[in-house]
Design a protein around this ligand. Structure first.
Ligand code: TNX
Length: 522
């Protein structure tokens, strides 16, 4: 009899092992190592957190707050508890930088890391497990995993354009929450452009009072902008989530809103776009822009300012009307307007360097003489791979954000009408997932100089919160995995399985997202 029972148990055991093997981790981005422990941890109001190292304190409070917010479970922070506990514990020396470990068993969960950010990233992984588990009567049966993880890139960015359309503090905080959930850590904030200037500058109040009027859809919309207090609030909110906020003050082009407010600093523009540029030939322009950047520097602790420098369009030398520029060209012996552009950039670089800030700019600056060590180039013109090569050859730190596939204002499905297309090209989620391609990673100096990747959401074609969500979700998950996960661990079909679970979270949260598995839905 015993023999028969044993004989029967064998296939049963094998079958249950097959079942275990099928449990798929829901974590996005995919960790370096993650293994199912074949057991469960019961998380409930009876569970507690114990902070075993002060470096993990902030992460522990974040975990406590987020668990309450998403599950209703109130975890206490306790000095002594032995079972049913989440330990936040300093690691032995093997964990460096932002790496972390998450070790789970039936009666304890341990997050280990060496620094604050590592603890934060480890608790975010735990939160992803929590938010993928059903909550029944304030109780969760959490599948246990052992995770050992670290990021591929230090720059995991997202850019939002709030000049073309303004979304406001609450929406930005919401985006920061999602960025944190996906371990994205750089928020590039495009605050100035043609339609509107969105950041209060005390010395020049008309920048927002006049320059803040209008947006891409309605040139007469009442002024919308962030006060300096708002900015500080957002920067703090981001910092609690280990996200660095980098402001962009676009110059010398894309300056129309500022030039409406202070026309005395406008100039050098072309016939087609006369008010598009700051006047590079007027000394007062440099003082004015320096004053602006000084206030910006006070508001953002990142010690980095993005000064745009894209699509400059100074007037064509042969027919532009600006006498100041003609005079400057003559005086300095400049051969063409590119030299005027570089002259402008060097003067603004001086301002930034004096404030100990790094210079960030779009890839049009690759040909300039900006200081190599202090400049980061944002490669956006996917059709100009030579510019990327040149950036790396010259030794510039480089962030990859090519229009295809990292402009999230582009439609994700050919049939979509909200958003843009580029010469028939669009940005399906697979293309985001498959970036960066191998050719790019093999460019000389790529390994050393590529800081990471970033998606840019320009908003000429995005005017409502719903549209913004539709462009961002779920492509943000593919962005995160491409920025975080080692290429050899990426696997599109495995990712799709995890993605499905995240779509359920979006549905629960009421996000207006695109469902790539059900493309006819909207
Ligand atoms: C180009 S990207 C721009 C933006 C536009 C975007 C639209 C870049 C540096 N300049 O000003 O919003 O295309 O896709």
């Amino acid at each position: 009899n015993k023999f028969v029972v044993r004989l029967l148990m064998l296939p049963m055991l094998m079958f249950s092992h097959a079942l275990w093997a099928q449990v798929q981790s829901p974590v996005i981005p995919k960790p370096q190592e993650i293994a199912f422990k074949q057991t469960y941890f019961n998380l409930s109001n009876g569970s507690a957190i114990q902070i075993r190292h002060v470096v993990g304190q902030k992460a522990a409070y974040y975990l406590q707050t987020e668990i309450l917010k998403h599950t209703g479970v109130t975890l206490e922070i306790k000095k002594n508890a032995v079972t049913n506990i989440i330990y936040v514990q300093a690691s032995s020396k093997e964990l460096k930088g932002n790496s972390y470990q998450l070790l789970m068993s039936a009666n304890q969960i341990t997050v280990k890391a060496a620094d604050e950010e590592g603890f934060f990233l480890g608790t975010v992984t735990l939160l992803q497990l929590v938010r993928n588990t059903p909550v029944i009567d304030q109780k969760l049966k959490l599948a246990c995993w052992d995770v050992s993880d670290k990021p591929l890139y230090g720059w995991r960015g997202f850019m939002l354009d709030e000049s073309r359309h303004f979304f406001g503090k609450e929406k930005v905080k919401d985006i920061l929450d999602w960025m944190a959930f996906y371990k994205l850590n750089k928020f590039h904030w495009h605050l100035t452009d043609q339609p509107g200037w969105r950041i209060e500058i005390r010395k020049y109040p008309r920048l927002t009072l006049v320059g803040g009027i209008g947006n891409y859809s309605d040139p007469l919309a009442p002024a919308q902008y962030y006060t300096q207090e708002d900015i500080k609030e957002i920067v703090r909110y981001a910092a609690e989530r280990y996200i660095e906020v980098i402001p962009e003050i676009d110059m010398p082009g894309h300056a129309t809103a500022a030039n409406m407010a202070y026309p005395q600093f406008s100039g050098g523009g072309s016939e087609k776009y006369p008010e598009f540029t700051f006047n590079p030939a007027n000394d007062a322009t440099y003082q004015y822009l320096t004053d602006i950047l000084k206030e910006v520097n006070v508001l953002f602790p990142s010690q980095k300012i993005h000064i745009g420098a894209d699509e400059v369009h100074f007037g064509n030398q042969h027919w532009h009307k600006d006498v100041y520029v003609q005079k400057l060209v003559k005086e300095k012996g400049f051969k063409d307007l590119k030299e005027v552009e570089h002259y402008f950039l060097n003067r603004m670089a001086d301002t930034l360097l004096k404030m100990d800030n790094e210079i960030l700019a779009w890839d049009e600056v690759v040909g300039s003489s900006l200081p190599i060590e202090k400049t980061t180039v944002f490669w956006w013109r996917h059709d100009k791979k030579d510019e990327l090569k040149k950036s790396l050859e010259k030794g510039f730190k480089t962030v990859l954000c090519p229009r295809l596939p990292l402009y999230f204002d582009f439609v994700q499905n050919e049939k979509h009408s909200i958003g843009r297309k580029w010469a028939g090209g669009y940005v399906p989620i697979e293309s985001v997932y498959n970036f960066p391609t191998e050719d790019i990673l093999n460019y000389p100096n790529a390994g050393k100089l590529i800081q990471g990747i970033q998606a840019n959401l320009w908003t000429e074609a995005v005017s409502t919160e719903q549209h913004l969500e539709y462009m961002l979700f779920p492509r943000i998950t593919a962005l995160a995995e491409s920025a975080w996960t080692q290429p050899q661990h990426k696997d599109y079909s495995d990712y799709q399985g995890r993605l499905k679970k995240h779509l359920s979270i979006y549905a629960k949260e009421g996000l207006y997202y695109y469902d790539p598995f059900n493309p006819e839905k909207y």
